[in-house]
Ligand binder design. Sequence first.
Ligand code: PMP
Length: 512
Amino acid sequence: MIYLDHAATTPLDPAALQAMLPWLQDRVGNPASDHAWGRAARAAVEHARNQVATLLGAQPEEIVWTSGATEANNLAIKGALEFRGLRGAHLVTARTEHKSVVDSVRQLESQGLRVTWLKPDAQGLISVEQVLAALAPDTALVSLMWVNNETGVINPVEALAPLLRERGILFHVDAVQAAGKLPIDLSCTPIDLLSLSAHKLYGPQGVGALFVRKRPRARLSPQLHGGGHEQGMRSGTLPTHQIAGFGEACRIAAEQLAGEGARLSALRDRLQQRLQTALPGLYLNGHPQSRAPGILNLSFEGVEGESLRASLGDLAVSSGSACSSATREPSYVLRALGRDDELAGASLRFSLGRGTTSAEVDQAAQRVIDAVATLRRIAGSGTAAPVTPPINAHAYATPVWAAFSNPAHATALPEGAITAAAGSPAGALRLRLQAELQDGRIVRAAWQAYGCPVTLAVGEWLAAWLEGRRAGELRLTAADLRAALEISDDKAQCALLGEDAVLALERQMSLA
Ligand code: PMP
């Protein structure tokens, strides 16, 4: 197992675990309680508040504990806009923000907030000029992430902050992927609200913080009501053990920041270089210079994202395809950079971290090189033989097939074989069937698919099923396919594609 998914979550630092253990084992006390046990828990919480504030160059009383960055982003955006009042208010944000920002803003938009959604350039960057040009007299808040979680691109938030302060506009920054990785000094960077998550910097999952500036004071309406904890901004009993772990994680991150940043940048460049040297058809998703140390996002031409990830075995990376939803939606972040569905889907995000070694980087690179080469080779063998034009011929203009598994089935059939296809040219799923006939009976069948592993399994199963059948015997529904291959509800579209392909083949056979 090689873990290169640190942008999703990081392992807990052993020292952070040690800071947590007493509060999980023998110590008890609600930090809000007014007795010795409570005071001890409160002291631990305040010690951690100091540690988090120190990492940011902030004052401890400017740190508000939350359950994570999703909550911090919700509190910052909804809290600030609700306090100000939505009527006549305008907000500027980017299409490439994390969902917890995008969906919070959408929620307010549905209630009447005016929003400008900035589109990044092709390298994922939002410029200072772009933000300034989007400002209006009623702009109440700008929300922009420091580092993008998919591409690692660094936005110019430090340059932007004083310009927004001059104009009296609140500035919220989602700094989840920046904190502990890039230097942050809020004593000289006039950001008003800044979100953090512990589990992205080697702290525990389920805890985060919102920095809320005191001078000038950023005012928020609370989103959780109750006992009035955290200066009334976030009610709820504080999780002492998680907060203690978060604080310690911040202390360690501050200590390691410079050295670790340089080490990860070098490893990331090494990974990129190995892949680029060995594989043509690679695209960098992100900015070649303005990027955070540990994140590398690449699109691989000629392979399908989910098949690629499935063939990487126990290499933990993220892919830009999300084939599990009924409407397959490739990464909206990469789409915003201008990548088409195919390249956005055929992407991998490698995110390196403290435990990553150069040996692991080399092994990971080799696994990816082998997987991409294999998928491309199979795809190539499937498209090599001349075939009659499929129904939607232009869908196959580019050889982007990823026929996966039995290469024997992917070998194309001789000229004169019947070919039929299903799936739309623009869609992310396509399936092509080929049949060689003798006296109206299929003696050999082949398949090619562009899609997730379930689509590929459907193609393979159908090729075997077709052999020996005649035109009138091709009765097969999506339900039959689902039963035969135990296809789950969220992959029902793959079975429908199979049904369509068989129908199309039958039509071609009766025309032949
Ligand atoms: N913002 C960014 C940029 C993130 O990467 C994440 C985590 N994927 C979040 C917000 C949400 O953080 P949490 O998991 O703490 O809710």
